[in-house]
Design a protein around this ligand. Structure first.
Ligand SMILES: Cc1ncc(COP(=O)(O)O)c(C=O)c1O
Length: 385
């Protein structure tokens, strides 16, 4: 399937139409980090801060909520025999139909929050299948958004398979951020939702031309949305894209090396827990295999350095509270900056303008404090020394 059938230059327009009727929608900030740029020997570092996206603490809100809105609208239009407008999705008429619908997904964190919150927003039910090892704080956050939780005791990939089986058995609607085939509709909608953040970045940059994007990946959905949208929108003027994964779960890098989608025999634990995936999503791989320039895998210690660096920033830069997976793009930039060969290979130099995406806030505050040595609340109140 050509990637333009998955994403295209205007792919952010439909999700935006839904979001614009949502009272809490605001573009998230794009921070300029001149101190960090000086330290790393580049001209500019911009960081898109998704830590407060739709009050759900991560960019994932864009994908899950949009996918549910889109599916619900199609379902209601068919049930009512007329076209339901995006603005009608919060009406009583739609809620009555949604009340009989159940959305489900498998997740180790942020996607589950988005699906649960999206279902609740429109009056539907949600069931979230949790893989083993989800931290109690993340589990609690998903439950707090109204989801019924199913602890599978399986790996992430096992939980995905379990969610698919259960959805078929009960007639639930699976909203997945991962697909084994490029034709499955919900992962494509999820990708499309993510393009909103890329469109916002381009508007916020006001024509300044990016040279590089360092974007973190689990199954590759975010990286694909960023890469595909930039390729379609900017063409040859698009930046170099570096896809960053944990060393122990580098399924995209392994796929790039083999030239075909690869499932890792085993993926190991990583501090960047949201990125611990053993198999790329097929539609994401479709895009990344054509357009991503580099696949980089990093050790956890770079993520620790990145979190600390944002919490106690270089003078003049804002304090930013981002979680372990949220900083992985910056962690990749730190790794490349520290290695002259890697720096030369990706073409990073004193005139580079780099975009990073801070994909989550402190979604597990206890773990954040263990790593950084100060709690997110204290940082918010300016107690950092
Ligand atoms: C905070 C965060 N960053 C990045 C990612 C990676 O996204 P993807 O799995 O689409 O590659 C995830 C996935 O859950 C995430 O939660």
């Amino acid at each position: 399937m050509p990637e333009r059938a998955i994403l295209g230059r205007h792919s952010n327009q439909e999700p935006l139409r839904y979001l614009e009727s949502c009272p809490i929608y605001r573009p998230t900030p794009l921070h300029d980090l001149p101190g960090l740029a000086r330290r790393l020997g580049v001209a500019h570092v911009h960081l898109k801060d998704e830590s407060r996206r739709l009050k759900l603490l991560s960019f994932k809100a864009l994908g899950g909520v949009f996918a549910i809105a889109h599916i619900l609208r199609a379902h209601c239009s068919q049930a009512l025999g007329r076209t339901v407008a995006p603005a009608e999705l919060l009406s009583e008429e739609v809620r009555r139909i949604a009340a009989s619908m159940t959305f489900c997904c498998a997740t180790d964190g942020n996607h589950g929050r988005a699906v649960a919150a999206g279902a609740r927003l429109f009056g539907a039910r949600s069931v979230v299948f949790l893989p083993e090892g989800v931290s109690p704080a993340r589990e609690e956050a998903i439950g707090a958004c109204g989801a019924q939780l199913q602890r599978t005791g399986l790996s992430y990939d096992g939980a995905v398979a379990e969610a698919q089986r259960e959805a078929r058995r009960h007639g639930w609607i699976l909203v997945s951020d991962m697909a084994l085939s490029a034709d499955e509709p919900s992962p494509r909608l999820v990708l499309q939702g993510y393009t909103v953040l890329v469109g916002e970045c381009l508007a916020q940059l006001g024509g300044s031309r990016l040279s590089h994007v360092f974007v973190q990946a689990g199954v590759g959905g975010l990286a694909a949305a960023v890469t595909g949208f930039l390729a379609d929108t900017l063409g040859r003027a698009r930046p170099v894209v570096v896809v960053v994964e944990p060393r122990t779960a580098n399924c995209l890098q392994a796929s790039a090396e083999k030239g075909t989608l690869v499932r890792l025999d085993r993926s190991g634990p990583t501090l960047m827990a949201m990125l611990e995936c053993g198999q790329p999503s097929a539609p994401a791989w479709e895009i990344l295999s054509r357009h991503a320039d580099f696949f980089l895998s990093i050790e956890d210690e770079f993520a620790v350095d990145a979190m600390k660096l944002l919490a106690r920033p270089v003078q003049g830069d804002p304090i930013l509270v981002l979680g372990e997976s949220g900083v992985a793009g910056l962690a990749g930039l730190l790794a490349v900056s520290a290695d002259p060969n890697a720096r030369a290979l990706v073409g990073l130099n004193e005139s580079s303008r780099v975009l990073l995406i801070g994909t989550e806030g402190a979604t597990d505050p206890g773990r954040y404090e263990e790593i950084v040595g100060i709690s997110p609340e204290e940082l918010a109140h300016g107690v950092a020394s």
